[in-house]
Design a protein around this ligand. Structure first.
Ligand SMILES: Cc1ncc(COP(=O)(O)O)c(C=O)c1O
Length: 396
């Protein structure tokens, strides 16, 4: 077996199960799960219907590139959402089976492990766990940039030396960020593009939470949008990863796309052809109509907004809680250690949250997730409100 597999860490939810194993949750209360970032709002009927209407697609092998009508639907969405003047559906868009598999396989296609100096993959810390596994299995060393409350969870690129940058082949950024909820600013994009121009690394921009935000007039800035507004010539060394899972409440459908640098996507497509990761034709049909509709996404945001507003009212006096820029997570400092808080909440109040330290690694002498928990407001409104009341009681 590949010995690098031994370097993969247990997934945070495995660690959580172990932590809570043997603890009996308060039997007088119904369980409420806020630890997994799985959307729970209903899947829109028109998406389900489109799946049913296209079942004859099962009789055909799909192409890795996906149908032109799907890529065109995605390109149209990208142009409207990010006010782009052009994006070529034939060279700058590839449908993927959810952003997770693409985030993973992208590193396998991008990283050249046969360089004189061992390659580095940079990502924020805490981070979405796939980045680390993808880097390790591609033969690279992950380098963690701690995102800290004192810097408003911004990435501080100045932490990296020129030596690390010169070995860096890939940078994963996640904006809106899981778990901190922070959205990268134009200045930060400008800085990152300048570093990429200087050192030649590829940027993988994970934007799977881009459509979960609170102010309808201020959608989060995207990487393609930033590149366009900064007057860059196309999207050099930039690939974004997007998904219908959160936007359209279809996490089980496994549908997303990558878009950006045509030369990189051409090679990624070749990789994917061998990897065998073409999108199911039935899913392609449902994805096309999902990307073409915004009404259900506006309604989805309304439901999250309602939950977050109520949660803020209940918790603001009891926890140092702030609204995320976007995403459906609260990333909140705990009054006791994150692990103890999680155990107490489960034991006494039957609520599951995720300890922040499980989403981060110790780097530069600290685990930046320590004494934070991630609370996913995915459950229905009444359950979320009930959970917030219980969390409040846990803090009193
Ligand atoms: C930051 C981040 N990126 C990517 C994903 C993967 O989402 P999907 O594969 O459903 O598109 C997730 C899922 O929770 C996530 O939190």
């Amino acid at each position: 077996m590949n010995p690098t597999l031994n370097n993969l860490q247990p997934y945070p939810f495995q660690k959580l199960s172990k932590l809570l194993d043997g603890i009996t949750p308060n039997p007088s209360l119904t369980p409420i799960h806020l630890h997994i970032g799985e959307p729970k709002h209903p899947t829109p009927d028109f998406i389900c219907q489109e799946l049913i209407n296209n079942l004859d697609g099962l009789a055909h092998y799909p192409t890795t590139m996906g149908a032109k009508w799907l890529r065109t639907s995605i390109a149209t969405w990208l142009m409207q959402r990010y006010r782009l003047t052009a994006i070529d559906p034939d060279t700058e868009v590839i449908p993927v089976n959810g952003s997770r598999e693409a985030l993973f396989s992208f590193a396998q296609a991008v990283i050249d492990a046969h360089t004189a100096q061992p390659p580095v993959v940079v990502c924020s810390n805490p981070f979405y766990q796939i980045y680390e596994g993808a880097a390790l299995l591609a033969g690279a060393t992950p380098y963690f940039l701690n995102t800290l409350a004192k810097n408003n969870f911004a990435l501080d690129y100045a932490q990296l030396t020129a030596d690390i940058w010169s070995r860096t082949q890939l940078v994963y950024v996640c904006s809106p960020n899981n778990p901190t909820g922070r959205v990268m600013t134009m200045d930060e994009w400008q800085q990152l593009f300048a570093l990429s121009d200087r050192y030649g690394f590829v940027i993988a921009s994970d934007e799977c939470y881009s459509e979960i935000y609170f102010d309808e007039d201020h959608p989060p800035l995207g990487a393609l949008e930033a590149a366009h507004q900064l007057g860059r010539n196309g999207f050099p060394r930039l690939v974004v990863f997007s998904s219908l899972s959160k936007r359209s409440n279809v996490p089980g459908m496994r549908s997303g796309f990558v878009a950006g640098d045509a030369a990189i996507l051409k090679k990624f497509l070749l990789y994917r052809t061998y990897h065998g990761s073409a999108m199911n034709p039935v899913v392609q049909a449902a994805s096309k109509v999902a990307w073409a509709d915004e009404q259900h996404v506006i309604e989805n945001r309304r439901m999250y907004r309602e939950k977050f507003n109520k949660a803020m009212i209940i918790l603001a006096e009891h926890l140092p809680i702030t609204m995320p820029d976007a995403t459906f997570y609260f990333w909140v400092k705990t009054p006791i250690s994150d692990v103890e808080f999680t155990q107490k909440l489960y034991r006494d109040y039957n609520v599951n949250v995720l300890p922040g330290s499980y989403l981060a690694r110790e780097a530069h002498g600290v685990n930046p997730g320590e004494n934070f928990v991630r609370i996913a407001l995915v459950a229905p409104l009444a359950e979320c409100v009930e959970a917030m009341e219980r969390i409040k009681d846990c803090c009193i």
